[in-house]
Design a protein around this ligand. Structure first.
Ligand code: 5RP
Length: 215
């Protein structure tokens, strides 16, 4: 499967234009994009990163990492996903970086999502939905999510996000209206971000393969 991830990550370089500040996601598929970005680093002005993990590798490759506030609106964001439906709506957050990923997606004109074929699903929800929560609200949020969705929230114990928060993974969902669920779960006090990218879906999806498919 990593070959499909590599092909998707390298294809995303087609969307990088000279002088750009590139929004960079997190994960094993994006890792291939970062390596490819390193090979053309002279052409770009820098990157805005969605995680400490991606920041570390970008800096090792000699790519300047800029603060999101200083960079302002971005033209391009490249990131992976845990699931992608036919409308380019996503589940993200398997790597616990969903909040910063959502901020960069929102700030970007074009969101290019890079996936391997196994991530394509007809309906979101087979992959447990990550929700980042303020630690003191973990139990309250879990109870509310159970009542609202019927899904089973499981605390991802031992994981602390880059923002100092915790993750609940919600199992056994079939998300037929992802915009409504994202909106509803966002209202629960203590929820920092919901790993549904439906209100702001991807614009372009690259499915890794020989050749890669662009949707
Ligand atoms: C991290 C993410 C990743 O994009 C998602 O988990 C996919 O990861 P990978 O490319 O390793 O399969 O949302 O929070």
């Amino acid at each position: 499967m990593s070959e499909a991830k590599r092909l998707a990550g390298e294809k995303a370089i087609d969307y990088v234009e000279d002088g750009m500040i590139v929004g960079v996601g997190t994960g094993s598929t994006v890792a291939y994009f970062i390596e490819a970005l390193g090979r053309i680093k002279g052409r770009i002005a820098g990157a805005v990163s969605s995680s400490e993990q991606s920041t570390k590798r970008l800096k090792e490759l000699g790519i300047e990492v800029l603060d999101a506030n200083a960079a302002g609106p971005l033209k391009l964001y490249v990131d992976g996903a845990d699931e992608c439906d036919p409308h380019k709506r996503l589940i993200k957050g398997g790597g616990a970086a969903l909040t910063r990923e959502k901020i960069i997606a929102e700030a970007s004109e074009t969101f290019v999502c890079i996936i391997d074929p196994a991530k394509q699903v007809p309906v979101l929800g087979r992959f447990p939905l990550p929700v980042e929560v303020i630690p003191m609200a973990r139990s309250l949020v879990a109870r509310r999510i159970l009542a609202l969705t019927g899904g089973q929230p499981v605390w991802r114990q031992g994981v602390v996000t880059d923002n100092g928060n915790w993750i609940l993974d919600v199992h056994n969902l079939s998300i037929t209206d992802p915009v409504a669920m994202e909106t509803e779960l966002n209202q629960i006090p203590g929820v920092v971000s919901v790993g549904l990218f439906a209100r702001r879906p991807a614009d372009i999806v690259i499915v890794g393969g020989e050749p890669p498919r662009v949707l």
